[in-house]
Design a protein around this ligand. Structure first.
Ligand SMILES: Cc1cc2nc3c(=O)[nH]c(=O)nc-3n(C[C@H](O)[C@H](O)[C@H](O)COP(=O)(O)OP(=O)(O)OC[C@H]3O[C@@H](n4cnc5c(N)ncnc54)[C@H](O)[C@@H]3O)c2cc1C
Length: 380
């Protein structure tokens, strides 16, 4: 770490107590950096990091877009998390049914799973198999008419908010200060430090940092707008993803379904004694704090579920809970489902960066993201 970082009150001020801010706070504190994390809400994980699909996975579907590096990194992170947090990150059985109408052929899925197993290091948890016909009736009421094959593999599930909280506990133990109800108001960028103003208990507070890490998730460009002198943000789309929780039980594991409406991947997962269905993709232009599921998204998810589990007695009135989270994706013309999920680090300037903003990423890859960021910082 260069000398000039250490003259400020903190080496790093991190904005946001989501999974990325938490992982960076934890790793940076373990590396003996002096860290302050500011979170606008009164608890961690009130943004995207409590609204994900809660999967710790390599992202099988990213293989369709040849994102081999991302899948490899996520599978390595999955392996590490399964070992480090056995009570929080659990291996689950996943099932992919292939029907006559499924657009991805059995051959394509088998190839994808083989590559997935290879990238996962061919360990026991990367193995997959095809179920025999006699096993189809044990699949929690999955539709068997026109069913051609069912593939079975492993990935992992967690509680995203609990995992974030756990990382923040580790950060605190390693010496980080974490302040809730603390909203970043502005940053004044100087040659050797950043002067930060934040609001807490109806009063404004000032603190200085060698570097500001903007881990504000869907608010990332709100933070950029609060920096002086101004710099260009990465142009992004916020893409809302809805989940609904419905009564019922999936005893076998997680079903990886192809939505009949648009062939996107939708998961049906056991969750706290119920079933969690998700997710959708809809460009969102409003206030990130106010995103809500639309009627169309709720209907879409129910339709997918009833298409594959036709005997389920479920309708809209039975929905126990629904919520939406926001993905941060670089703006381009591609359909959101096909856009890269790689994390982007954006510096306020290249010669002497003082604010580094994090765009996108995965719950699964928080550790790799934190380590890559710390490597970048060490070169500042
Ligand atoms: C629908 C959906 C499903 C997903 N499913 C998965 C999945 O199954 N597996 C997976 O690996 N990934 C998944 N992801 C991706 C993953 O959830 C996100 O990449 C991750 O949660 C982003 O975390 P974050 O810390 O960057 O942002 P966030 O969790 O949004 O945290 C940002 C924090 O910054 C705070 N903040 C904002 N502005 C200020 C301010 N001015 N002052 C102080 N604090 C501020 C916010 O309050 C918030 O707490 C999913 C994403 C979505 C949207």
């Amino acid at each position: 770490m260069p000398d000039n970082l250490t003259k400020a009150d903190y080496d790093l001020v991190i904005i946001g107590a989501g999974i990325n801010g938490a992982a960076i706070a934890s790793e940076a504190s373990k590396d003996k950096l002096r860290v302050l994390l500011l979170e606008q809400f009164d608890r961690p994980a009130q943004g995207t990091s409590s609204k994900s699909s809660k999967l710790i996975h390599g992202g099988l579907r990213y293989l369709e877009h040849f994102e081999l590096g991302l899948v490899y990194e996520c599978l390595s992170d999955r392996k590490r998390l399964l070992k480090k947090y056995p009570g929080l990150v659990k291996l689950k059985k996943f099932y992919i049914p292939v029907y006559q109408s499924t657009t991805r052929s059995s051959m394509l899925i088998r190839t994808g799973l083989s590559l997935y197993a290879l990238l996962g290091g061919l360990i026991k948890s990367s193995r997959f198999k095809r179920l025999s016909r006699s096993q189809w009736d044990t699949l929690d009421g999955l539709k068997t008419s026109e069913l051609k094959n069912v593939f079975h593999y492993f990935d992992a599930q967690t509680d995203d908010a609990k995992l974030t909280t756990r990382l923040l506990e580790e950060a605190t133990t390693a010496g980080a200060s974490i302040q809730y109800d603390s909203e970043l108001i502005n940053c004044h960028i100087n040659e050797t430090d950043v002067q930060i103003c934040y609001q807490k208990d109806n009063a404004s507070h000032k603190v200085s940092a060698g570097l500001v890490i903007n881990a504000a998730g869907p608010w990332v460009n709100h933070i950029v707008q609060r920096c002086q002198p101004a710099f260009d943000p990465v142009e992004i789309d916020l893409v809302s993803g809805t989940h609904i929780e419905i009564p019922g039980k999936l005893n076998k594991g997680i079903f990886y379904l192809e939505a009949p409406q648009d062939q996107r991947a939708v998961f049906a997962m056991p969750w706290k004694g119920h079933i969690l269905l998700g997710t959708t993709e809809r460009i969102y232009e409003g206030d990130p704090g106010k995103v809500k599921p639309s009627d169309d998204e709720i209907n879409y998810l129910l339709e997918v579920y009833l298409h594959y589990f036709p005997d389920a007695q479920i309708s809209k009135k039975d929905i126990l809970a629904s919520w939406a989270g926001l993905r941060v994706l670089p703006k381009n013309k591609a359909n959101p489902f096909k856009r890269s999920r790689e994390t982007i680090f954006h510096k306020n300037n290249h010669e002497n960066p003082r604010v580094i903003s994090i765009y996108g990423g995965k719950l699964t890859s928080h550790y790799s993201t934190a380590r890559k960021l710390l490597k970048l910082i060490s070169q500042v």
